[in-house]
Design a protein around this ligand. Structure first.
Ligand SMILES: C[S@@+](CC[C@H](N)C(=O)[O-])C[C@H]1O[C@@H](n2cnc3c(N)ncnc32)[C@H](O)[C@@H]1O
Length: 393
């Protein structure tokens, strides 16, 4: 029997588990590449030109969405993609359910390197509890037993299927890419305290401890089950991280405590008001000379029209209601409203560090930023992650 991962929170996989996972991963890859390509072709070759001929060109993502809705390639794409998304969680849950008791016990072992501080009195935001975020049943927070880690275990296993290898071997490519970008682009900046906000299972937190081994790394999330899992996973990998249950919109930290505030795929799951509160908090807890540096979906104002329609699909069909509103924002403006100076804004699109290695990555970060159809998309042809943030004076 295979193990799902190379750490102690891995689950054993039967042949049946493996073939179901392989099927869904292949289906996801098929829909995101082949069916997405067919859909684009249908738009560019038929629906777009037809509207132009009628003198009513499709000039916004919303107009493209409305025009494609009745079309068969769109219906097929959307229904297969939605079903594949639901299947991701379905096919990984069997193995997690079988071993849940053991996983929960394992996670309760005393810490050796890092720490876990939970706050059972913390009110959970409705944006987490009110919906099954990205169609994941129970999302991040649902507790099924004492000391439950099931949401974390499902999340870790679901990435294997959902990302079909595109997040790197330990699902850590985003953290590795953003931390190594800072290290290589700003070699004189050596942070000693790093905070990851909305860390989930810490897969993109751990690379920060590897990139900056002398730094203290702290990671926060509102959801206890994913934090328990994150802590146990990090302990078994021997990486010291302090995980704390905390709301990023109202942090318990002192002012000016961190050199780096990082987040990854976090803000697009927050209502705009919470994004604004979080960014003010990030500014407050950063030391002068520190940096806010976050991986996110690229903003609508930097991407071509069709990509904006395509990326915003999740807002309508994947239980990601805040996605579209977030992408519409002027990101620099979001940061200046939170206290950062406009001139201190930084952004980059980056190739994947763990895929191309140090030398090619170092070379790439000195070339121009490119926003293209691979930016922010999972694609074996070579995803580029988008990062933005600002230095604090
Ligand atoms: C999409 S996941 C982030 C994934 C992860 N950072 C990564 O790199 O893949 C969003 C996470 O943010 C957490 N979260 C949502 N609202 C939060 C808030 N206000 N404060 C802290 N964590 C929050 C959720 O519980 C969830 O674990």
């Amino acid at each position: 029997m295979n193990r799902s991962h190379d750490h102690d929170m891995a689950v054993s996989l039967t042949q049946h588990d493996r073939s179901r996972r392989a099927f869904v991963a292949t289906l996801r890859s098929h829909v995101l590449q082949r069916m997405a390509g067919d859909l684009r072709q249908h738009f560019e070759g038929t629906v777009g030109p037809e509207h132009e001929k009628l003198g009513a060109p499709l000039e916004s993502p919303e107009a493209i969405h409305e025009a494609l809705k009745p079309e068969l390639p769109f219906k097929a794409y959307s229904s297969v993609r939605t079903s594949a998304q639901e299947m991701v969680f379905d096919v990984v849950s069997d193995a997690v359910d079988r071993e849940l008791e053991t996983l929960n016990e394992r996670a309760a072992q005393p810490a050796k390197k890092g720490s876990l501080t939970l706050n059972p009195a913390l009110p959970l935001p409705k944006s987490v509890t009110g919906i099954d975020v990205h169609l994941s049943p129970g999302a991040y927070h649902e507790e099924r037993a004492d000391n439950d880690v099931s949401a974390g275990a499902v999340y870790d296993n679901s990435i294997d299927v959902f990302a079909f290898g595109q997040f790197g071997k330990r699902h850590n490519d985003i953290g590795a890419t953003l931390s190594n970008y800072l290290r290589l682009k700003f070699p004189e900046f050596v942070p000693t305290s790093i905070l990851d906000c909305g860390c989930t299972i810490g897969h993109n937190t751990l690379p920060w401890a590897e990139t900056y081994p002398d730094a203290e790394v702290t990671a926060i999330d509102v959801a206890a089950p994913v934090l328990r899992y994150a802590h146990a996973r990090a302990e078994s990998m021997g990486v010291p991280v302090d995980f704390r249950q905390m709301n990023a919109t109202a942090m318990d930290f002192e002012d000016e405590q961190f050199d780096v505030v990082f987040s990854s795929m976090f803000m697009h799951e927050l209502p705009l008001k919470h994004i604004q509160q979080y960014l003010k908090e990030a500014f407050r807890v950063l030391k002068p000379g520190g940096v806010l540096w976050q991986m996110e979906l690229p903003p609508m104002n930097a991407m071509p029209l069709y990509e904006n329609f395509y990326m915003n699909w999740d807002t309508y069909y994947n239980n990601e209601p805040y996605y579209g509103t977030f992408r519409k924002q002027d990101y620099r403006r979001l940061l200046t409203d939170a206290g950062f100076a406009a001139d201190d804004f930084i952004e980059a699109t980056m190739p994947r560090y763990t895929f191309i290695g140090e030398a090619a990555f170092a070379e790439s970060i000195h070339s121009d930023n490119t926003f293209d159809t691979l930016t922010g998309r999972m694609d074996p042809k070579g995803t580029r992650w988008y990062g933005f943030g600002a230095w604090k004076r």
